[in-house]
Structures are given as structure tokens and as C-alpha cells.
Design a protein. Sequence first.
Length: 289
Amino acid sequence: MHPDDNIDQKLTPGQPAHPSADVPSSERWMGRHRAVPTPRRGVRAVLASTPVRVALATGVTCCLGATAVVAARPDDEAPARQVTEALTDRALAAQDEAASRSLDRSPTPAPASASPTPTTSPSAKPSSTPKPKATKKKAPTKPPRPRPVAGLTQAQMDNAKSIVDVGVDMKIPRQGLVIAVATAMQESTLLNYASGVLPESQNYPHQAIGWDHDSVGLFQQRPSSGWGSVRDLMRPAYAARVFYEALLQVPGWQQMSLTLAAQAVQISAFPYAYAQHEERAATIVAALT
């Protein structure tokens, strides 16, 4: 549009058409558009003394008040100046706040680093020795029962073992063990007898009942003859021990035949009956020792 257009060159009443160089003016004309009003002297001095603030104030003024400056007309000169000053002060205040925040150089506490988790290498051994597990005590197991030999039953073999065990404990020679087993085979067939004449004998463990006077046990020993009490004689181990003790009292028993040595202890009415059991008694002793 032409510069002489009435709309663009409409002037405020009371203002000269062309500004004189002699009259101080707060506005400077450049072609069709007016430049931004020059700030007052006091503000200019402040901005001149702080270049950084000038730059920041100018930038903020351009961003925040560009519309107000462009739209200002000559008749709005005072309000425009007030707006410019307000924007400048606001920019300076904002710059001060930004500077005060940016000058905060207090060190930021570093986040506490997590302590390293100890790792166990595959070859690492545990620091503490594991406690051994408590083991329950096993109940004592009974020794296995001997396998019967020489035609004996299990009960007879168990009684023969009792006789042999006592002789081994007393360090009786093998010949004495054979004499004792053969004597019990003849007297009781290796069964623990109670007596029908002595009712007390039946109160103790027994395997048969006999009627030969007061004779009891494996060796048919008589309490009335001084071999011991009924209770003791009904115990196979006790009966075997007193037999061995009596055998050891026979002079030269080891040079005697089996039947003579057995008869010297038992004083039986059938002295030669013991010899028939010698071979089987030797087999039984061999199986038990």
C-alpha cells in the first residue's frame, strides 16, 4: 500500500504531522512502522551497567510484549511506556530469580550405593561346619540262633549253645565241652526239665516235666544233693557252670574216657550210657565253636 494512505498515516489530534528534530520525541519513525519506544533514562542506565540483564530483559520483552508494543499508537504512548517498564522490571526479576537458582552450587548428595552382595564362588566352602545329625541308638539285636545239627531241634540246639558258651567263658578244653554236651543229651535229651515232684520248678521256664525224684534242669541235678536252689538249677547257664566246676574237681579227668569222666560227676545208675552220645556231641561242639 502507498505511504500516503490515510489509514496508515492517521495521526493523533494535537500531534504534528512530521516530528521535528528539535522536539524530543519518545518514538522513532521508520517507514510505515514505529519502532519500540525507547526506555526511560533510569532504566537505560541500569541495563547499560548489566549487559546480561539487558539481553535477558530484551528477550523477555520481545517474547511477552511484542503484541502490546506493535499495537501501541501515539495516543497510547503513556500506557505503552508503562507496559514496557513493567515488562522490563518483570524480566529483571525473572532474571534475578533464575540467577539465584542457577547459582545454587550446593553439592547434591550422591545416592547411597548399595553394599555389594557377597557372592559365593562354586569352590567356596561353608564357613561353619554342619552339625552331624543325631542318630538314634539302635536297640541291641539278639545274636542269630544257631542252626541245628546232628538231628537236634532248634530248642535243643539253643540249650547246647548255652552249655558250650559257658565252657568257653570258663576256658574249658574242647574235651570238657564234649563231655558236658554228651552228659546233657543222656540226662535230659537237651531239654530243660521241670519236676512233677517239685511244683516250684514249674514256675520257671521249662520245656518238659520229669518225675525222677527231685531232679531238674538240663543235667537233672537234685537240689536235695546240694547242687543249688530250684530256681538256679532251672537256668541252663547256671546248671552248666556247676557241672564244669564239678568236672574240674575230678583228678585226671582229661585222661579218662568220656563215660568215666561224666559218671564221676553225675554218679548215675547207668554209668555207661554217656558213651553213646560222644560222636554227636563232638559234631555239635564243632558247629558251635
